[in-house]
Design a protein around this ligand. Sequence first.
Ligand SMILES: Cc1cc2nc3c(=O)[nH]c(=O)nc-3n(C[C@H](O)[C@H](O)[C@H](O)COP(=O)(O)OP(=O)(O)OC[C@H]3O[C@@H](n4cnc5c(N)ncnc54)[C@H](O)[C@@H]3O)c2cc1C
Ligand code: SF4
Length: 319
Amino acid sequence: MKAFEYSRANSAGQAVDALGNGGKYLAGGTNLLDLMKLHIETPEQLVDLNRAGMDEITETEEGGLKIGALVRNTDLAAHPRVRQDYAVLSRAILAGASGQIRNRATTAGNLLQRTRCPYFYDTNLPCNKREPGTGCGAIDGYNRPLAVIGTSEHCIAQYPGDMAVALRVLDAEIHTLRPDGSERTISITDFHLLPGDTPHIETALEPGELITAVTLPAPLGGQHFYHKARDRQSYAFALVSVAAVVQADGTARVAFGGVAPKPWRVEAAEERWNEGAQAVTDTAFEGARPTDQNAFKLDLARRVVQTVMDAAQVQGGAA
Ligand SMILES: Cc1cc2nc3c(=O)[nH]c(=O)nc-3n(C[C@H](O)[C@H](O)[C@H](O)COP(=O)(O)OP(=O)(O)OC[C@H]3O[C@@H](n4cnc5c(N)ncnc54)[C@H](O)[C@@H]3O)c2cc1C
Ligand code: SF4
């Protein structure tokens, strides 16, 4: 691991003040430290957030929840209000990683985890995301796990996380503190970016901008689902995942994970929920550009949506 300076911040303000050019915030470290060991991330400075607060879940005046950036994934998934009113979030988190990792991983760190494209992790191979302008080993290489939509000629990596897919159907907002002391709010819709010709720029965050919290609006009601199709039943990233909130009147919100460089939600596809899974995925994946190796994800997505629809009917009938 390359040498770096280390400091601890006792507040959000101290953290942004302490971060210099080329520095990184350290939360749970479960992604960042792995990348540093591989020399993929080489920050000159780490500012440890673990004593900076931002670790509580509180009610908002609008009846929603404010989740501090440092809230651990385990605590968020287990929170009574989350289990009761935002079950899609609880289920998405529990579908990811392992108990040990979730005990360390934080809300902000989870949102910012980086792709699992195998070429990104191998510093001997070209990768525009790791090293802009070097090319992409995956497009003509092994790309089975990668994205089928939202890609560009420069990068076809998928966003790997589960939690953000649930946050997308919940219309979460991300709150930040900039180095100049100003605050802003970014909708989860706009937070993760498509690769275009700058695949190394993955989010709307500016250099040094700190995530302080994520807020959820008032509960949506309805039935909440998170179904994740993967190669192994545990400890594996999604090939395709579906987060859905289904209402008794047959309307639904649905977002997909594992298929795009960001959580993938298409409102026009939701409007076809009553027409069945094929109609939903036809619209959600219109314009998809799968490879020979990952075209199976389109059929898999349809089948996972069908599973959610079947479960919603069973639960709806039983209610
Ligand atoms: C073996 C393994 C399996 C996994 N499986 C899954 C899975 O199935 N599904 C899934 O979703 N995830 C999975 N993960 C990923 C895991 O969820 C992430 O590593 C974790 O959520 C990252 O959170 P962290 O707090 O440890 O982030 P860190 O590693 O500390 O940080 C990640 C990034 O976020 C930045 N950062 C952290 N906090 C802030 C902040 N407040 N403001 C601005 N920047 C910040 C850091 O600088 C860094 O760039 C897996 C991880 C491992 C190691
Ligand atoms: S798909 Fe993206 S992350 Fe993977 S090798 Fe190509 S540029 Fe790198």
